[in-house]
Design a protein around this ligand. Sequence first.
Ligand code: GLC
Length: 563
Amino acid sequence: MTPQHPANPTAPAADSGRRSGWWRDAVIYQVYPRSFADADGDGMGDLEGVRSRLPYLRDLGVDAVWLSPFYASPQADAGYDVSDYRVVDPMFGDLADAERLIGDAHGLGLRVIVDIVPNHASDQHAWFRQALREGPGSPLRNRFHFRPGQGEGGELPPNDWESIFGGPAWTRTVNSDGTPGEWYLHLFAPEQPDLNWENAAVADEFRSVLRFWLDLGADGFRIDVAHGLVKAAGLPDIGRHDQLKLLGNDVLPFFDQDGVHEIYRDWRRILDEYGTDPDTRRIAVAEAWTPTVQRTANYLRPDELHQAFNFQYLGTAWDAEALREVVDLTLDAMRPVGAPATWVLSNHDVVRHLTRLGDGNDAEQDLRRARAATLLMLALPGSAYLYQGEELGLPEVLDLPDAVRQDPAFTRAKGTNAEGQEGMRDGCRVPLPWSGTEAPFGFGPVPGGPSWLPQPAEWAKLGVEAQTGDRSSTLELYRAALKARREHPALGTGDSVTWLDAPAGVLAFRRDSPDGAFACFANTGDQAVRLAAPGRLLLASEPVTVVEDELVLPADATVWWAV
Ligand code: GLC
């Protein structure tokens, strides 16, 4: 095989983007605390459950754990509605549990990233409750976006913005005398009033919250809705419905406004106060939905954040050409700012990649494709995010009864034209199977005990215990991949790949380092292809045969090579 791009030399130079910094090649595992492990048997995961399973994560081979919110919350949006940013919700434990969890993780060599939710608070947050009590004109109302309504009696919302969860982004309040009052803005559920970042008290409060968790030992933050904090001056109308669908193309007046960058420059100064040693640095990763990867890169300028999720990659089909294009776009966008690319296939907001990339007709084929997609992702330069349960090959649960669903997007979108965030996020949040043949499969301590969402009976076969030691299992594939990623010098950090000639439907690239080269072939097509073996086989997502230096690469398979 020869490099395809004319600008690539035949013997590629070592990747110039290999810099130091633990986050640059970290594999970060997302724990969704409600659904990871339930130590006290109430059917809801908790911090003690997470702590008890940390050795599992160390053995899996990840570098860091990101915990979705476990703070005091009425749980209107599964904890993304925070009523006290410094308190652990009793359903998850207490602050001492959080401290123990962070301490144990550090003892095992794992870093801990916590979620921070600065775009909105809970409607039960003390500030919002008091703002409501004090009524129009209260300076506390200025910490949120309160506005009089339009129309003669103020009966219409202040503008035409729509909630991401469906329906209008405004809810009308009731005055203390029972008359209809002002409206407040909530880009998500009505229980999640947006904070006003023009107000100095808001910025001060979050500086203090950041320090609170950094002092407790957190290694960084995942910033929820990082692109939403600043709203365009005057809160202008958009003039169209289905605004979510515009997300991919336009800068909306409530998302990705340039003013957000000032906030992150400020936060970066705080993170840097805790040290700038590349091995211990505290970091932040932005959840920023932007129209392009170039705009995502703005969050990663040298004086801003360290990483941002690559949602463009997450949204790419299992198609060699499309994947190559998004990989190039990403690396080209990250190089000028010197930030690592990140790659992600699944999280708690999207359909699990096994189901999303598959065609749903053949479960075995869906699994093959998911495994191939994972090996491709883990071969790319930069950092990767895994979502709990993908290492077990869990599919999305598509048949949850309406009665058990808790996603506010589901209830709000129902009966309206808006689809919200597809309204179906519970299907990727079903508690993990660990062991045994009876639900909750070791998620909770007692066989036959509760789990907040029901698990499919077939998940008995997918538990950690059932897969451990079975070399053909998805869990063992992840373990082997993460081990190879640590050991091979050309894997992990970097800012470029060298594309190789390959038949249609196949993605092939190599990566070079002074200590050895690596190659990856991924077949996204529906036919097996024959390819010359470029070196020693390291790992394959499916059994493959190499005969006389020729490889037969099945459909939906990825192979790693030491070159
Ligand atoms: C982010 C979270 C999502 C949540 C939303 C509102 O997108 O990932 O789960 O519903 O923010 O906080």
